[in-house]
Design a protein around this ligand. Structure first.
Ligand SMILES: C=C(O[C@H]1C=CC=C(C(=O)O)[C@@H]1O)C(=O)O
Length: 472
């Protein structure tokens, strides 16, 4: 296990201590949440408040205080956004979830909290993003912002998190004069990722042959594309476009991962747990009429190849959740989720959490946190395969790339352990070294009946949201 925390007390923004100690002896974090009168500007109400792009060279009014990349987890105008870094935890390897959880718990143990709103997402909040593969160079990241603004239904709030009492949670922190203008990426060009589009169907064909030979039942193979923008990339630009166009998804930005995922790995809230499982896809062409879309949806709902892909994913989620629940509801039939670019077979699995199924300080007992649940569910067969271990091995062997945090859990967690974790799909990784570059990802479930050319076309359809996000 390795974890390092990087405290940024007020007045020393942006400097990493580089300490590898699990937790520094630090002052307690002071967390204060107050109700906020937030005018409703629709789907982008929250993301429009983000003050800065996070690009290091573009300090503007308020950006010096904001620091760090924009943080967001929003859907249909609700959710949370955050900025600044009160604390950052970087973890690595197979213990990346447990190490992050332990670090978060240690922060909470010494936090001083005043929460006048008491809703999911108020009080202490950490945003997180974790690598798909334990062997990835990326590991996991938890970021505790300095400022969080949230909205749920008609109720909005603001939270400040700081080692001091200097930042009061008031609307003054949202002064538009503190915001850098949101910048367009300008012209965007694309180049091949690890494997070019002509080579990828051959990899899929190889996987189909292994499945037909009985080595495994399903594997999810992904590819990446590199996009280079004329101007430095501003995650807020992408978030706004995604939040508007992909309403049914969770638009996110966490430590350089930006996307709009339709797949919820797990939400835990007051003893209830839910997971939206997706697998099985049909494309939706631009300009397609609603009648044509319904015909396609009907085709998807009857496709034995897609139903098989879906069944694997549902079974993997249900099995992983079962030990944490006293009761569960696993739908017998999927429904069809309509998105602007694709339609998916979808199942909403729900359950009642066993209040003694978690661990507290390493000993059994207490409800499991949302991050514990996400770690147990990851990797589901929606992004890895069945059985899990051979599928992961095949991904390592065939894909020819490090997925990084694509297809890993992304989301947030509160002080009570409740939270929401999606799977980082329809997403991109901003290049830490070059603000003009970004890697876009898409993957497809492969079973014995898969057609490599059709999977390539499906992967193109799954790249549409991030290409749209980079558009103007
Ligand atoms: C792996 C991805 O999608 C997964 C989620 C929904 C449908 C999928 C499919 O039909 O293949 C994939 O399992 C991706 O978008 O990169």
């Amino acid at each position: 296990m390795s974890a390092s925390t990087f405290p940024h007390p007020a007045g020393r923004p942006g400097r990493r201590s580089g300490s590898t100690s699990p937790l520094p002896e630090a002052q307690p974090l002071v967390v204060r949440t107050a109700a906020l009168d937030l005018p409703d500007d629709g789907l982008t109400t929250l993301v429009d408040l983000l003050p800065a792009s996070g690009l290091p060279l573009r300090a503007a009014a308020g950006a010096d205080r904001a620091g760090g990349a924009p943080l967001a987890w929003v859907r249909r105008g609700d959710g949370i956004v955050g900025w600044g870094e009160a604390l950052r935890v970087d973890t690595r390897g197979a213990e990346r979830f447990a190490a992050a959880e332990a670090a978060w718990q240690a922060v909470l143990d010494r936090a001083v909290v005043r929460d006048d709103v008491r809703l999911p997402g108020t009080g202490p909040v950490a945003f997180g993003s974790f690598a798909f593969d334990a062997e990835s160079a990326e590991g996991g990241v938890l970021v505790v912002p300095r400022v969080v603004v949230g909205r749920r239904g008609g109720q909005a709030w603001i939270t400040t998190i700081s080692a001091t009492l200097d930042a009061a949670p008031t609307a003054a922190l949202l002064d538009p004069a503190r915001r850098e203008p949101v910048a367009s990426p300008g012209t965007v060009t694309e180049s091949d990722g690890a494997v070019d589009a002509t080579g990828w169907p051959g990899i899929v064909a190889d996987a189909v042959a292994r499945i037909q030979a009985g080595r495994l039942e399903k594997v999810v193979l992904a590819r990446d594309v590199v996009a280079t923008a004329e101007h430095p990339l501003d995650p807020r630009w992408m978030l706004r476009r995604l939040a508007r166009a992909y309403e049914a998804t969770w638009a996110f930005s966490v430590a350089g991962m930006v996307g709009a995922t339709p797949e919820l790995l797990v939400r835990s809230e007051k003893g209830l747990v839910a997971s939206r499982v997706l697998a099985g896809t049909i494309r939706r062409e631009p300009g397609m009429t609603d009648d044509d879309a319904l015909l396609r949806a009907a085709h998807l709902a009857r496709s034995s190849k897609d139903l098989e892909e879906h069944e694997h994913a549902v079974v993997s989620v249900a099995r992983a959740l079962e030990p944490f629940c006293t009761s569960m509801n696993v739908p017998e039939q999927p429904f069809v989720l309509h998105l602007p670019n694709v339609m998916h077979l979808a199942s909403d699995v729900t359950g009642v959490l066993d209040r003694a199924a978690g661990t507290s300080g390493g000993t059994p007992g207490g409800p499991p946190s949302s991050l514990t649940l996400a770690a147990a569910l990851h990797p589901s067969a929606a992004v890895c395969g069945t059985p899990t271990a051979p599928a992961r091995e095949l991904i390592r062997e065939l894909e020819g790339m490090d997925r990084g945090r694509y297809a890993g859990p992304v989301g947030w967690m509160g002080g009570d352990g409740d939270g929401e974790w999606g799977i980082a799909l329809r997403s991109a990784r901003l290049d830490d070294a070059d603000p003009h570059r970004v890697r876009l990802f898409a993957g497809c479930g492969v079973v014995a009946a898969s057609d490599p050319a059709a999977e390539l076309a499906e992967s193109e359809a799954k790249l549409v949201p991030m290409r749209w996000a980079l558009g103007s």
